[in-house]
Write a protein that binds this ligand. Structure first.
Ligand SMILES: [Zn+2]
Length: 277
């Protein structure tokens, strides 16, 4: 059984500020160490839960946060950006992953009191919809994985992140709440041993559920996929609208009809890449 772990940073144990997740900032080195601890807890839980292969995709920023030299040597690491599947690099590997774990994720943009809430880009994107359903990074990635028949079996982050995941994927989604958000830049953080124990258990239970047929079903969106993106600034939309096939029904809104989820995902990433000042 092969598990893909997509590791973001904002929902990592102890993280509450951009300075802890941004290269060059004074607290970034500490943020990386915290991220390594959560990732290794998930890898350990995966093997305890019956995985025989684990791939970790660094899924934050330029995807060069995780330190291979400190990663559990049983796991392989996808590092660097851009990669074809971004936060889910290895989704189309052979053999394909059987399950996906979203680690250190965060709530979608606009969530009340979610640690570092945003959807893909804090400065550029206000909201994303797939077939009129509001989604954040959990939904976007779950839908892409679903198109490949891969279910999300576990999720870690703050309490709002985990609630967002269970609202979307159902109560069978195993969760590890590692901090209780009290604001965008504030949370009550669990002691690290307790947080990592929760992560380890969520990973193991998620794979156990998969083996027993009790895991969430892959998230399959109906086709064609109607993608809608609400931007923050109109000058970004002026550029993102260069994407062939994009429609602009409003000043800050682009829409795009895609024949499949991979195309929708690529169209979204292209819009974000184009959306510059
Ligand atoms: Zn991130």
């Amino acid at each position: 059984m092969k598990l893909l772990i997509s590791a973001d940073m904002e929902g990592i144990s102890g993280i509450v500020a951009w300075e802890q997740t941004t290269p060059g900032q004074i607290e970034y080195a500490r943020g990386r160490r915290l991220m390594m601890g959560d990732v290794n807890a998930a890898v350990n839980g995966a093997f305890e839960g019956g995985a025989d292969e684990v791939v970790v995709s660094d899924a934050h920023g330029d995807a060069r946060n995780l330190l291979l030299e400190e990663l559990d040597p049983r796991a392989r690491l996808n590092s660097g950006s851009p990669s074809p599947f971004s936060m889910l690099q290895s989704l189309d590997d052979t053999p394909a992953p059987n399950a996906l774990l979203l680690l250190g994720y965060h709530a979608l943009s606009g969530t009340r009191k979610g640690v570092l809430d945003h959807t893909w880009s804090d400065e550029r994107i206000r909201a994303v919809f797939l077939n009129d359903q509001l989604v954040g990074e959990i939904g976007l990635n779950a839908a892409l994985a679903g198109a490949y028949g891969v279910p999300v079996v576990a999720l870690t982050g703050d309490q709002h992140t985990c609630a967002e995941g269970q609202d979307l994927l159902g109560p069978a989604l195993e969760i590890a709440v590692v901090k209780s958000a009290t604001g965008r830049y504030a949370a009550q953080c669990l002691p690290l041993p307790e947080a990592r124990e929760r992560i380890c258990e969520a990973a193991a239970r998620g794979l156990l559920r998969l083996r027993e047929g009790r895991a969430p079903a892959p998230l399959v969106v109906s086709l064609p996929v109607r993608l809608a993106v609400e931007f923050v600034f109109t000058q970004h939309v002026d550029r993102a609208f260069l994407l062939p096939g994009a429609e602009r029904p409003g000043g800050t809104r682009l829409e795009y009809t895609a024949p499949d989820m991979l195309t929708a995902h690529r169209a979204f990433r292209a819009m974000v890449a184009l959306a510059r000042d």
